[in-house]
Design a protein around this ligand. Structure first.
Ligand SMILES: [Zn+2]
Ligand SMILES: [Zn+2]
Length: 251
C-alpha cells in the first residue's frame, strides 16, 4: 500500500498543487480529493484520468472537487475507461451534483445526465466505512467551518496500513484537539491540515496552534495543506515534518 501526496498546498497554492493524494492498494488507485489542478499533478507522475479507479471526496471546496468535471468527462469519453467509483458522504452527494457539477456535466447531447452517469456512486452513511480494494477506510467527520450557525464538515479518513499502523488523514479541519484527542492517541501516523499563513483563517488548523499539542502527538504528525513560501522548521518543533509535494508513504 502506498500513499502519494500529489500536492501539499493550500487552496491558493501556485507552487505545490492542491492537497490531493493517491492511495494505491495492489493495482487499484484511489484518488483522495480531486482539486482543480489535479490533472497537472497526476501528469507529473505520468498518470491520467485513465489510471484512476476511484475517487473520494472529503468536502466541496474547489481545491478538493474542482477537478471532478475533468475526471468525469475524461473517463466518460474514453472508451477504455469504466466509470470511476465515487465514494462520497451521503450528505454531500446531491449537493456535489446540484451545486458544483450539474452546470458542466448536465450538458450531454441527447442524454439527461446525473452523478451516476459518470461515476459508480457509493454513498457513505453516518459512521460508515467503505472498502477500497481490500482496505476498509473509515470516514471521520472533521469540523471545517461554520455556515452561519451550522457546522460544515470535511470528512477525513482513518485506515490500517499493511503493517498494522493506524493512519489518520484529517483533510481540511479546524484545530479541535478535544474532539480529535482519541484519534490522535490511537493513530500511529497523523497526516494533518497545517496552515502556515501569517494570519489564522480559523477554518484550518494553524501551525502555531498545532505546536501546542503534546510531544507524543506532534512526533507522529506530518503537516500538509500549507501556504506557499518559507516554512517553519517543523522537525525542530517536534513534528515529523512538512510533507513535500510528491512525497510517498509506504504503508
Ligand atoms: Zn482545502
Ligand atoms: Zn476546505
Amino acid at each position: 500500500m502506498r500513499l502519494t501526496f500529489l500536492g501539499t498546498g493550500s487552496a491558493f497554492t501556485l507552487d505545490n498543487y492542491h492537497s490531493n493524494m493517491l492511495l494505491e492498494v495492489g493495482d487499484q488507485r484511489l484518488l483522495i480529493d480531486c482539486g482543480g489542478d489535479v490533472r497537472h499533478a497526476l501528469h507529473g507522475h505520468q498518470l491520467s484520468a485513465r489510471d484512476i479507479d476511484a475517487v473520494y471526496v472529503s468536502h466541496l471546496h474547489a481545491d478538493h472537487i474542482g477537478g471532478m468535471e475533468w475526471l468525469a468527462l475524461a473517463t466518460y469519453f474514453d472508451p477504455q475507461c469504466d466509470r470511476p467509483t465515487l465514494y462520497v458522504n451521503e450528505k454531500l452527494a446531491d449537493e456535489l451534483w446540484d451545486t458544483c457539477l450539474k452546470g458542466g456535466l448536465g450538458t450531454l447531447q441527447n442524454r439527461i445526465a446525473h452523478l451516476d452517469t459518470y461515476f459508480e456512486v457509493v454513498r457513505i452513511g453516518k459512521n460508515q466505512s467503505f472498502t477500497f480494494a481490500d482496505t476498509a477506510l473509515q470516514s471521520v467527520q472533521m469540523v471545517h467551518y461554520m455556515d452561519g450557525y451550522e457546522i460544515v464538515p470535511s470528512y477525513g479518513l482513518i485506515w490500517h496500513a499493511r503493517d498494522g499502523r493506524q493512519v489518520f488523514l484529517t483533510t481540511d479541519t479546524q484545530f479541535s484537539p478535544n474532539l480529535m484527542k482519541d484519534f490522535y492517541a490511537e493513530s500511529d501516523l497523523i497526516l494533518h491540515d497545517g496552515e502556515t499563513s501569517p494570519h489564522k483563517s480559523g477554518v484550518h488548523a494553524h501551525y502555531e496552534e498545532l505546536k501546542g499539542l503534546p510531544d507524543d502527538v506532534r512526533a507522529k504528525m506530518w503537516l500538509y495543506h500549507y501556504q506557499d513560501g518559507p516554512l517553519p522548521d517543523a522537525k525542530a518543533d517536534g513534528f515529523a515534518g512538512f510533507i513535500e509535494r510528491g512525497q510517498v508513504f509506504e504503508l
